[in-house]
Design a protein around this ligand. Structure first.
Ligand code: DGY
Length: 285
């Protein structure tokens, strides 16, 4: 739906299933006359003014857990694609520029023995850490809470954000977008990265100073970056499109048959629960 359609249609709705592209702000919430639940079809809910919804007695739910593995798989896909220069190789072959095996053709990096920094050791961060661990990486993480499972099972070490940015060969973001995390990875943090670093964002674009990251990539101050999310989605900064040391995906972290079916089911169950007077399964406010 367009915003106009949304504003028009929410008026008579008892429940809403929203997509992360639907901005459910005060203006939209104020149009709701009987809505009891906004079931967001995503784990992230930065598209909804949850505080205002709460004030209006509207429950907001999300879809945690069911997209953890799909998103973690995609983060690792980006890590490997960046480390082994997958997009450059593909382009070379498709453009018929592959002239045979060469000792220095598209050299990348191995994952074994690398330091893998996870920003946000929640469900998805932990799932990525498990994958990275079996590839032979040392895990360090930055989080507002300790994750004992990550520490006990994967020997993960909790560190400061600065230390993570400075010491990681691979950095992967797994934090929600909130007032506190907006622009968390700012120019000062980005400047700390190693020259061989690979930077992956499957969380939210606004968590990073995207313009500055592009600058760093253009000047080859890090090895490469993998993006599944962008600051002004779906608009992509044209400067990003000019770079060859990036892998760019269209926000498909949870785009598997398994996850999307489970997300649909969970959103529907939340709606049914609330409309039949029961507690929602996965409330966020
Ligand atoms: C989410 O659920 O927040 C993801 O970004 C969707 O892929």
């Amino acid at each position: 739906m367009t915003r106009q359609e949304l504003i028009k249609k929410v008026k008579d709705a008892d429940a809403i299933i929203s997509l992360l592209a639907d901005k459910i702000d005060k203006a939209v919430i104020d149009r709701m006359k009987r809505c009891k639940i906004i079931a967001n079809y995503a784990v992230g809910f930065n598209n909804i003014d949850i505080e205002y919804a709460r004030r209006k007695d509207i429950i907001v739910t999300n879809t945690p857990d069911v997209l953890t593995d799909s998103t973690a798989d995609l983060a690792m896909t980006l890590v490997l694609a960046c480390a082994r220069r997958l997009n450059e190789g593909e382009k070379l072959v498709r453009q018929r520029k592959f002239k045979g095996w060469r000792p220095k053709l598209l050299l990348g990096y191995e994952l074994n023995n690398k330091t893998f920094g996870i920003v946000g050791m929640g469900r998805i961060g932990f799932a990525v850490a498990k994958r990275a661990y079996v590839f032979g990486c040392r895990i360090i993480y930055y989080s507002n809470k300790r994750n004992p499972d990550a520490e006990n099972l994967l020997n993960a070490k909790k560190v400061s954000l600065k230390s993570l940015m400075k010491n990681s060969d691979i950095i992967s973001l797994h934090i929600p977008l909130t007032n506190k995390t907006k622009n968390l990875i700012n120019s000062e943090m980005l400047d700390l990265m190693k020259r061989n670093a690979i930077f992956i964002n499957t969380a939210r674009g606004e968590v990073v100073d995207e313009k500055y990251l592009i600058e760093i990539l253009r000047n080859r101050k890090i090895f490469s970056a993998g993006f599944d999310v962008y600051e002004n989605e779906p608009d992509i900064n044209p400067e990003l499109l000019k770079l060859d040391n990036v892998v760019l995906l269209p926000h498909i972290g949870s785009a598997t048959h398994e996850s999307r079916n489970a997300m649909s089911e969970l959103a529907a169950k939340n709606v049914i629960a609330v409309l039949s007077g029961k507690n929602p399964l996965t409330p966020v406010n």
